[in-house]
Ligand binder design. Structure first.
Ligand code: SIN
Length: 270
């Protein structure tokens, strides 16, 4: 695929690309938007350096890829409810996204993507790992692919968000999704279960479900499917939740890592 308005440097043979030649703080041209839509479909997660996003430009950029949505697990900023703060410092007891996951798969319509802008990062550490669920699916044996065909699994937000909410009346989503998902843009198939939200395969015993899910979770973490993004201040990562998983490495305590995230609405997995 060739691009005219952006420069694209692939990060690994199977996932990720660094994009340059575009200033996300400015309104984008139609051709740039088309190419950025293509490049996220082609690479699953894309990275930008030296961006200076404020709340308006962050949201404007996100809206080129779909409607923005409120996070169903944590509250957005008071004045900007579609923006979630991602922040860790010496007082943090946990950080967002420490375990492998795809965002909010507990939702009936999990997000298409998430766009994270970090303005402050530790000098070293605080990387984010991304894994390609296309690569994970394609590497399964034909027998395992046949076994998974048509199976669905439960994705629950309760155990993820209950420990970090102080509102006992709040209810968190729980949904059932196909284990193998077809991407609505590329038509490629990918695994769609993750250690954070997926609790149970429907229609098989708990023992069988536990065994298959632990095999799949370990399989998804194969380094051959991954890219590891090393943040610098004012970098942006934009990942497609429909074909990737990610985890944030918290190896920098007590240092500060801080920024903002918007979430782009998705569709019911098919
Ligand atoms: C997240 O899971 O959204 C957080 C990712 C990160 O902080 O790198």
């Amino acid at each position: 695929m060739s691009y005219e308005t952006i420069q694209v440097t692939p990060s690994t043979p199977c996932i990720g690309a660094e994009i340059s030649g575009v200033n996300l703080a400015l309104p984008l041209q139609e051709r740039q938007i088309t190419e950025l839509r293509q490049v996220i479909a082609d690479y699953q997660v894309i990275f930008f350096r030296d961006q200076a996003l404020d709340f308006d430009s962050h949201q404007r950029f996100g809206r080129h890829f779909g409607e923005l949505m409120r996070h169903s697990g944590v509250a957005g900023l008071k004045e900007h409810p579609l923006i979630v703060a991602i922040h860790a410092d010496a007082d943090s007891k946990y950080v967002a996204g420490e375990n492998w996951h795809s965002d909010l798969t507990c939702d009936a319509e999990p997000p298409m993507g998430s766009i994270l802008y970090l303005h402050t990062v530790p000098e070293v550490g605080g990387d984010t790992l991304f894994s390609s669920m296309y690569a994970a699916y394609e590497a399964l044996s034909d027998r395992m692919k046949a076994y998974l065909e048509g199976l669905t699994a439960i994705h629950d937000g309760e155990h993820v968000y209950r420990p970090i909410t102080d509102d006992p009346s709040k209810r968190f989503p729980c949904s059932s999704h196909p284990i193998v998902r077809t991407h609505p843009v590329t038509g490629r198939r990918g695994l769609f279960v993750n250690r954070s939200y997926t609790t149970r395969i429907n229609g098989v015993s708990k023992e069988e479900s536990d065994a298959i899910l632990s095999y799949l979770y370990a399989h998804c973490m194969n380094p051959n499917f991954q890219v590891r993004f090393r943040w610098r201040p004012h970098s942006v990562a934009f990942w497609d939740n429909r074909c990737t998983q990610h985890m944030a490495v918290w190896d920098y305590h007590p240092q500060v890592r801080s920024g903002y995230r918007v979430t782009v609405k998705g569709e019911k997995p098919a």
